[in-house]
Structure formats: structure tokens, C-alpha cells
Design a protein around this ligand. Structure first.
Ligand SMILES: C[S@@+](CC[C@H](N)C(=O)[O-])C[C@H]1O[C@@H](n2cnc3c(N)ncnc32)[C@H](O)[C@@H]1O
Length: 207
């Protein structure tokens, strides 16, 4: 499964719990996965990084998208694993459910999206290069993907390589995912260093 990542050991994308992901996410979890300060740092980053009046794709979403309340958008398209969570997200104009480990191809038009967001979900992807290559297909040329992550996860569903790395390693791994998916200008932004809140790092690439 280490497609286009030959430097990773065999089993890098294995998980402790290989049961059906849609079943795992069937009970709605209307909780927050990062604390208030880390969320505020992400929202401020989105404020600076996202275009106004754009089409935003929030992948691996739930009932919150962390978008600035004053950011005007043309459309926010959500993706996730639980209908109740996505229906409760007030920022989404429309949404769909898809297990990206089963099918990494998105039901979105080529070059139709102005920014793609992935907050605290990347650790669950078994086919990250296929997924991010398809995210790149959906983005307009030059549009950003912003992949953010903290130090928390459902450990049984996170891939082995994620569980074996620390924060700096996670940033390198996500950078590698985006580079292998042919994103340009890949850079790492530490949004919260973890001293007074949950740590939060964003890796940004451009289509
Ligand atoms: C920790 S939650 C993060 C939710 C939201 N982005 C947030 O910031 O609160 C992880 C999310 O990853 C997504 N996810 C997990 N496994 C997935 C899979 N196999 N395919 C697609 N999405 C998945 C689900 O949408 C789940 O809600």
C-alpha cells in the first residue's frame, strides 16, 4: 500500500483496527478534536490564506469547519463519514460521504475548487498519495491545500507510520505526501507550538 512512497517500510499503512471505517464512524461524534486556542489559530490562518468568495472543499470534515465567520464563500463543499455530523455543520452548502480508503477519487469537477482543507484527518489515510493527487485535480491552478494536524488521534485507526512519528516527523510525512502528489511550494507552518494549547501544524501546497 506504500504506493509512490518506496522509502517507507512494508506495513507503513497498516492499522490496528482494519474493520470497516464507515462502521467505525457510524456513531456521530459531535465533539471538538482540538482545543479552543488551537482552533482559533487555525481560523486565523484560514483568514489569511483563503480567498474571499471562493469554492472551499472541507475534506474529512465533521460538524465544524473552523472557517472565519466573516469569510464570504461562493460554496463550501463538505466531505466526511457521518451524515449527522455533516448535517450539523452550519458552514457546509452541500456534502457527501465517502470512505477515502476504499475509494480515493472525489466526485468533484476538475479545476473547480479554490481551496481544499483537511483538518486532523490525514493520519487515517491509507492511500494518501492517491487521495491528495485527486484533491490536486479538483483545485484550480495555484489554489492551496491546507492539511492541519495535532498530536491526538484515534490510535487504532491511524496508520502505523503516523503512530511511529513525533510532530516534526508528521510535518515531514505530510510534506512528502503533498510533494509526491505533485503539489508545488510545499511549506510547513507551526500554528500552535503546544506550550499553552494543543499543538497544531499546517502543511500547505499549491496546485
Ligand atoms: C478527528 S475527525 C476531524 C473532523 C474535522 N475535520 C474537525 O476538524 O473536527 C477525523 C475525520 O476524518 C474523516 N475520516 C476518517 N477516516 C476516513 C476515511 N476512511 N475516509 C474518509 N474520511 C475519513 C472523518 O470525516 C472524521 O470525522
Amino acid at each position: 500500500m506504500s504506493e509512490r512512497l518506496p522509502e517507507l517500510p512494508p506495513g507503513a499503512f497498516n492499522r490496528v483496527d482494519e474493520s470497516d471505517d464507515l462502521e467505525f464512524y457510524a456513531p456521530p461524534r459531535l465533539v471538538t478534536h482540538i482545543d479552543e486556542s488551537a482552533t482559533a489559530a487555525l481560523t486565523a490562518f484560514y483568514h489569511a490564506a483563503l480567498p474571499a468568495n471562493g469554492v472551499i472543499f472541507d475534506m474529512m470534515s465533521s460538524w465544524v469547519s473552523h472557517l472565519p465567520s466573516d469569510l464570504p464563500t461562493a460554496e463550501v463543499i463538505g466531505h466526511g463519514m457521518n451524515a449527522e455530523e455533516l448535517a450539523a455543520n452550519p458552514r457546509l452548502d452541500r456534502w457527501f460521504i465517502q470512505d477515502l480508503n476504499a475509494d480515493p477519487i472525489l466526485p468533484l469537477e476538475t479545476a473547480s475548487v479554490d481551496a481544499a482543507l483537511c483538518c486532523v484527518g490525514v493520519q487515517y489515510l491509507r492511500r494518501p498519495i492517491e487521495v491528495f493527487a485527486d484533491v490536486r485535480r479538483t483545485l484550480r491552478p495555484g489554489a492551496p491545500v491546507i492539511v492541519s494536524f495535532s498530536n491526538r488521534c484515534f490510535p487504532t485507526k491511524a496508520v502505523a507510520v503516523w503512530r511511529g512519528l513525533n510532530g516534526a516527523g508528521h510535518a515531514q510525512l505530510v510534506s512528502l505526501y503533498l510533494e509526491r502528489a505533485a503539489f508545488a511550494d510545499v511549506r510547513v507552518e507551526v500554528l500552535a507550538d503546544g506550550r499553552s494549547s494543543d499543538p497544531l501544524t499546517a502543511v500547505v501546497g499549491r496546485a
